[in-house]
Design a protein around this ligand. Structure first.
Ligand code: MLT
Length: 212
């Protein structure tokens, strides 16, 4: 039986003794099953921790409330981000995975809550792959991200995530000391196979950094 750690979730152990753990964060209307094939494609053999967002928007699971498309409920976002961070820590204890090798993989709303987690809990995540992300909030204090590798994939024709907003997120993370790799494509909101393939190569390249 899956232990109750505050979120409905899936956990799949990795192949090796101490593999990285991919924290999979789905988009609006997704669930804990959705991104498992993506995670397995991105980093075969990694452990997988995949929670379902606890906010329901007319039945569609999300990781935090929004007031309108792209307009976030700031108070709920902060509360849900702390709640998610506490879940990740509890899951590391429960399942015994290495808390120093957690890589967030988020799409859309999941990428936004991952960005919020990076800003509010620097050090919790070792790296992040953010597909279709935007600035979750403007931090009052810029965190020190100490060279954290972050991959961003954005679509120039995305109608949900304004391209200049993704650029602002990349600038914010860079200013905070992250090693940002922002890739643009002439695509819309849905994720493309080429971007998955680019993210896979990028992850393979940062693996040695995770091992240290
Ligand atoms: C959000 O609400 O996080 C963004 O607008 C993206 C999405 O709709 O999931």
């Amino acid at each position: 039986m899956t232990p109750d750690l505050g979120f409905d979730h899936r956990y799949l152990p990795g192949d090796d003794e101490s593999p990285p753990t991919l924290l999979l964060l789905h988009g609006t209307g997704g669930n804990e099953e959705d991104l498992i094939p993506l995670g397995q494609e991105l980093l075969p053999g990694a452990a997988i921790l995949s929670p379902r967002g606890k906010v329901s928007e007319y039945g569609a699971p999300r990781f935090f409330r929004r007031l309108a498309e792209g307009v976030f409920d700031h108070e709920d976002l902060l509360f849900r981000t702390h709640e998610l961070a506490a879940f990740v820590e509890a899951a590391a204890d429960e399942y015994g995975f290495d808390p120093s090798k957690i890589v967030a993989v988020g799409y859309s709303n999941g990428a936004n809550v991952a960005a919020s987690t990076i800003l509010l809990h620097p050090g919790l995540l070792s790296a992040a792959v953010l597909f279709r992300a935007m600035v979750p909030f403007e931090p009052e204090v810029t965190p020190d991200l100490g060279g954290m590798p972050v991959f961003l994939a954005a679509g120039r024709m995305d109608r949900m995530i304004p391209p200049d907003n993704t650029q602002s997120l990349a600038d914010l993370l860079t200013e905070a000391g992250a090693e940002v790799d922002l890739r643009w494509r002439n695509v819309g909101h849905p994720l493309t196979y080429e971007e998955v393939s680019e993210a896979k190569q990028w992850l393979a390249g940062i693996l040695p950094e995770l091992a240290t």
